[in-house]
Ligand binder design. Sequence first.
Ligand code: ZN
Length: 530
Amino acid sequence: MEDITTMNRTYMKIGLIAVLMLSIAIPQVSAEDGAKNIILLIGDGMGFAQVTAARVYEAGPDGCLNMDTLDYSGYMSTHSQNSLVTDSAAAGTALACGKKTDNRIISQSPDGEEYETILEAARDNGKATGIVSTARITHATPAVFGAHSSSRYNWDDIAKDYLQQTKPDLLLGGGLRYWLDDTETGSHRTYENLLEQGLSEAEALADDGLIDDAVAEGYTIVYNQSELDALDMNAEERVLGLFSLSHMSYEFERDGTDEPHIAHMTEKALELLENDPDGLFLMVEGARIDHAGHANNITLNVHDTVAFDEAVRVALEFAETHPGTLVIVTADHECGGLSVEYPFESFPAEGEYIQDLDNESEYRDGIWTSGSHTAVDVPVMASGPFASLLTGRLDNTGIFDVMEEAMIPSNDTATELSAEVIPAISITVETSALDFGTVGAGLHSDALQITIVNTGTHDVNVTAEAWADQNNFYATALRLNGGTVDGFSEGIPADITDFEYAEDVAASLEVPEWAGGEYDGTVLFVAEGV
Ligand SMILES: [Zn+2]
């Protein structure tokens, strides 16, 4: 008998612990609240060195870019299915769909199976959707969110997917030449080009561009910043902005154009999309960081990274006034193999970094090691609901998973420890969390109720201990049925019909004079058979 009792007690102590999380003065956002809004900002070709160079130039070595201020950060591998070094199509597919594919392919498998994009998932969940890019809007990175194609160079297929399949509420970027009828200046839709895009001879002859198709789908079309600003975003249904024939201008070379800044496009996009009560998904691409990397031009590169960072500021300001907004900043891959050096044995003053490099061709040429993409990891920064999942070592397929989980949280909130076999000793704590609100030092809180249920077949005695208890706060302050945590001992009989005998325990705080600030903690309830 003696032996069996000892064994039982050991078993019971190991197996029968129920946990009650405690918190005070912290408004808890529960996981199931999810993200109403998701803003994903992609610096194309923006590796760690590009971020460092932009920071040194814009804010100084000790300064902070807007993207440096997000709450969580990690680093991400970018390889594609068939190459250690990815292109923007495969990298974008991983970000948009959570699946690897071969280089050049837009959001489908190498054998043609279409992958659902996060933009399509958002749309199907009733959210407003938008794509902003400083590249041609049919370029690889925007395309992976709103199109499916065997090749990133199928620009006609991609544009038609936007209009006929995905229908984002907003598209802002460059690339007007792919939409204009051949009779208009600058059009790229020549008979020969359309045949190359897979159109039949009859289709190519009959083609009159895609502008009228966009209008038929409800898009209001604007061609410059003045027209964009003239729109009443509360009255528009869909907006298509095509601000340049090909890519939009580099930030450093945009003077004299009427092209909107990337930050301005982001602002206007949010103005339109926020009208949807179900929330929004917006992708913003700083595309020309990559092009400056291919060109090994540090001036263009830094200025476009700084401009992209201004779009991050707009997103963060939106998140501040719109709780429930997940903001993610990342890159699809690095480009140029950039390093950050300085020609003098001193720190550059704010703004001097790239001017000095430009005057020292030896250094300027030496800081790039490639004219193309590289396989090095890229940064990930995130704030908002579910952002805490984006830390440490990540892969580019993981961004989609977090966005999808944030948008459509799985429903796993129940506090059940039920089993098919009714165990001898079993308790559950029905109260999974207690928030005591705000209580002054030296005062006591209102009494809250913890319901402990004996769900086993034996009578039990339950004791408690404070755990993960910062500064011993709860061990000192918490009162269970009037006594301290350590002194708690409560017999709970078994209900051998329903196996659900509930016992209420009064919980309150007597806050010591020394306490101040916020305290999270946990109480373990330990059941032993009697
Ligand atoms: Zn590139």
